[in-house]
Design a protein around this ligand. Structure first.
Ligand code: CA
Ligand code: CA
Length: 458
């Protein structure tokens, strides 16, 4: 049923595309400027794909020195990995992200974060330290016992934190400077791991399916919101601590087999074992996020993690284009501080009645949003697409909501206070080409995510 209706909508979009092509004289369909080769599923990965740099003018990651990743790697520094241990070895061996030798790493098959160096799969119980058990934690910090005015503290909270840190030594994989990591075919998966692009420069991550980064040791915080929340530590991909020149392209991010809907509820809140899908924080800068699919998740992309940050002013410059957001609920993205360009994305949320907002306007944020296509349930007004998080302005133009032109800022201001200004004091200068909004769902459905041709530009 679902795939049939999706196919039918694709066909109707295809007809729209053909009609528009026939009508348009200014729009020329080219395959792409750099002639990106598709990665094949053979045992001989295409070197061409690993040798690709981010094209000039493709978003903020192309600024200044650009993003070349490991494209210049010597033959001796090109690897194909099939396990976590092999991946860590190819990255330099210490899992600290310090080996800046240019390197291209092809991922074949599934890499599991929760796996030791002998290949043994690790369970949550394997990581638990100092007497931590969920049962004991629930007993100690039940609001009926602990109250709701302070975060958990004491030996059991310390044990939870130590256990989480212990899991982190396995699931967090640190990516050094001058690295390209690229999946082979449509079956390259990173399961239960948190890629860390931390304090490094020049990283390319492409054609990988990131599934279910899951924290065995969520923290209860009764002071988070009106009713408290369970919070977790591991994103699928974290770009942080002044990391620069990062290109995240043609990946798929999903909670996969452990959706929030499968989680139990404790203290009246979902036992949330996921953090972000792709979070960019703490002074990170010059990032392009293109042609990815973000699926089946709650808090999806956070840009800037603190209202009181002193390291983010003038940083957190990110371009987000031609991504699909499907059945993801909020932070698409949520922004603090950064000049963030969000264009030609397909918000495929028509079957997401729990959708909360897409563009989060946080403190000092400067979102410049253009030609995005929003499919929303009929119960959700277009004025909900923007979310207020103490910012003052957002630029939007060229948007379609359920096929109709909508001024998103006007729609927001019509039903919300405080109102927002449309003046964000900057205009993107670098972009290659902005597609007509009508074509965005078509292009994105065809080309975004893993296992698709790595074409970049039309
Ligand atoms: Ca995060
Ligand atoms: Ca889709």
């Amino acid at each position: 049923m679902h795939s049939f209706s999706k196919r039918r909508s694709l066909i109707s979009l295809g007809i729209t595309l053909l009609a528009l092509l026939a009508l348009s004289t200014g729009f020329v369909f080219k395959t792409n400027a750099t002639h990106a080769a598709a990665i094949t599923s053979s045992d001989h990965p295409s070197l061409d794909a690993g040798r690709q740099a981010l094209p000039a003018n493709d978003g903020w990651a192309s600024a200044t020195t650009g993003t070349t990743g490991g494209s210049a790697a010597a033959a001796a520094n090109i690897y194909t990995v099939t396990t976590r241990a092999q991946l860590v070895q190819a990255l330099g061996g210490d899992n600290k992200g310090t080996d800046a030798t240019p390197k291209i790493i092809y991922v074949k098959g599934s890499i599991y974060g929760n796996q030791d160096n002998t290949g043994k799969m690790l369970t949550c119980a394997d990581y638990a330290l100092n007497g931590y058990t969920l049962q004991a934690y629930l007993a100690a910090y039940d609001p009926a016992v602990w109250g709701r005015t302070a975060k958990p503290s004491g030996p059991l909270e310390d044990a939870r934190h130590a256990s989480e840190t212990n899991q982190g030594t396995y699931v967090q994989i640190y990516i050094p400077s001058n690295t390209t990591i690229i999946g082979i075919g449509d079956e390259a998966r990173i399961i239960g791991a948190n890629f860390m692009v931390k304090s490094v420069d020049n990283v390319i991550i492409r054609n990988l399916s990131f599934e279910n980064a899951s924290d065995c040791f969520p923290q209860w915080d009764p002071t988070d919101g009106a009713t408290g929340n369970w919070n977790s530590a591991f994103d699928n991909l974290s770009v942080l601590n002044n990391a620069t020149h990062v290109w995240v392209d043609h990946n798929t991010f999903t909670d996969a087999k452990q959706p929030d809907s499968s989680e139990p509820t404790y203290f009246g809140r979902i036992y949330e074992q996921h953090d972000g899908e792709c979070d960019i924080t703490k002074g990170a800068d010059l990032v392009t996020v293109s042609w990815n699919r973000f699926l089946d998740h709650d808090k999806t992309m956070l840009i800037g993690s603190s209202d009181s940050s002193t390291v983010d002013t003038g940083k957190l410059r990110v371009t987000i284009h031609h991504n699909e957001f499907e059945n993801v609920l909020e932070r698409l993205p949520r922004v603090r501080f950064g000049q963030v360009h969000v264009y030609n994305n397909y918000y495929n949320e028509g079957k997401s009645p729990d959708f909360i907002y897409a563009l989060g306007v946080g403190v000092s944020s400067q979102i410049y949003a253009q030609n995005n296509y929003y499919q929303l349930p009929s119960t959700i007004p277009a004025g909900n697409i923007i979310g207020y998080y103490k910012g003052t302005a957002i630029h939007t133009e060229g948007d379609l909501v359920n096929g109709k032109p909508v001024d998103l800022l006007a729609a927001y201001n019509a039903i919300n206070t405080p109102t927002l200004s449309g003046d964000v004091s900057w205009t993107p200068q670098y972009h290659l080409h902005i597609d007509p909004t009508q074509l965005v769902p078509f292009f994105v459905e065809i080309y975004a995510g893993t296992g698709r041709p790595l074409t970049q530009n039309f």
